[in-house]
Design a protein around this ligand. Sequence first.
Ligand code: DGT
Ligand code: CA
Ligand code: CA
Ligand code: ZN
Length: 574
Amino acid sequence: MHNSDIAKIFNDIALYLEIEKIPFKPRAYEKAAQTIDDLQEELQDIYTQGKRAALESIPGIGKGLAEKIEELLKTGQLIYYEELQKKMPVNIHELATIEGLGPQHIKILYEKLGVKNLRDLEKAIAAKKISRLPGFGEQSEKNLKQGIEFVKKSHGRFLLGYAMATISSIEQRLKNLAHVQRLTIAGSVRRKKETIGDVDIIAVAKKPKTIMDSFVHMPEVIHVYAHGETKSMIKLKNGLDVDLRVIPEKSYGAALNYFTGSKAHNIALREKAMKKELKLNEYGLFRGKKYIAGRTEEELYTALGMQYIEPEMRENWGEIELALQNKLPKLVPYNALRGDLQVQTDWTDGTASIEAMAKAAVKQGLEYIAITDHTKRLTMTRGLDEKRIQKQWKEIDRVNKRLKGATTVLKGTECDILKDGSLDLPDAILRQLDVVGISVHSHFHLPKSTQTKRIIQAMTHPSVHILFHPTGRLLHRREAYEVDMEAIINAAKKYHVILEINASPERLDLKDEYIRKAMEANIMFSIDSDAHSPTHFTNLAYGIAQARRGWATQKNIINCLSLTELLLELKKKQ
Ligand code: DGT
Ligand code: CA
Ligand code: CA
Ligand code: ZN
């Protein structure tokens, strides 16, 4: 039993307990699930080494939860969970992933219509049974229908951030094999697309057969589609398909270029080659039959008369034309971030204390972080009101003293934007904060013009620094709310509001095309982890990747500034 299995069971229990309207406990299970998901070590190993005491020493895991984990590890089941399932035998996890379907709704659907899973729900919608139920209306029937379509549409693709641990582990193992000279993950993974269809690996190896044999026999493999000398294709237990190709050294750059894509970039590049009376394919660049280049990608782009194009830009969005004119933007480097301006703690829905988050930030090499817990409207997270946030400031002061400058903790907020565009904290509080971020967490279905007006209204507030996760999308779970991004970008310009590039793998909000639009307007961004636990700071890399996909440069990223420079910028607001 893996950590992810145990985390899923705890999440399910949290949902069941919410259905029964039991206070506090659901949050405890949810937080425990999050903690377990974030653990670097397998619970099985922790337990084998230190028994139940070791489990209890994990933050957020008390005696009761440790006993349950022990039962799961020992017997592979949990009687408590099974009894909850018996009472209400529904696929609670599947139903809860549908946006707009809360625990109470799941209960009503089960009790009144016998809905147990997604398919039942679709049938009930098709039979127009939903809108007549108490607590549902025609609008919610429409929303549910959209929610289901969204979940189904995303099926089959993987979030880059969730798949990356597996991909990197496979990459490392293959690279370490004897006879493997070069190996790169190509395809959409190399272009850092937010979701990936499959994984494309290319390699140079002295004995291709050896690497192919190791590849198809990896413990993660559940199915082998093809096992050849130069090409093999497998499916992993987690559902991900992986292709491996072994390439002659001479063609490595050309193959890497071809299999990195995108297809649109490849086709456009090939056309440019043809104009020069050259032929480009995955084996190299040729004049007639004569090989000109192809060992490295740099060599290829040079031979085509253009600058090297970073993988994140290869979408045929105009990058080839710029490269030909030597005018490519210099993308923000992966090591350029000096701080993080959105961090949650256990004052609301994070799993760790302010101090624990700060220490993790030190490890990540961050010069500063802003603590931005939720505000009171988000009651389920115990959002902060005027009193508690002032109490939090005192704790931040104490933590800063103890840190002795190892990093600096700034006072911030993720302040809710209310329905009318006003903010969830009084002006007097907002004015005293170092970092004021604002977010939409409710009323996702307002008409586009109303939603846009509401957000812009909030942006006009003189204390506001950053619009957090500007479109509210959750990859594979929730479509962005309808909003006029051009108007938001214009407002960001007019009112000097920074737009966030949220680095959480399931948000990556803004998306690449909006980042490009905002870059054209010379807007400032902040790349934030939105960390809810100490391990989440590593997600910042996905935010930088997203920024690079949107052609963002370092001078447009506010948290590439040093602390002193940053504070100067932020203080321009009152
Ligand atoms: P994915 O897997 O859907 O996230 O996206 P990619 O870009 O990894 O696409 P994939 O795995 O189908 O193919 C890998 C690369 O191979 C792709 O980025 C470009 C290249 N490629 C695939 N099919 C074609 C094609 O028909 N023409 C050209 N020019 N290149 C192709
Ligand atoms: Ca692919
Ligand atoms: Ca592929
Ligand atoms: Zn938020």
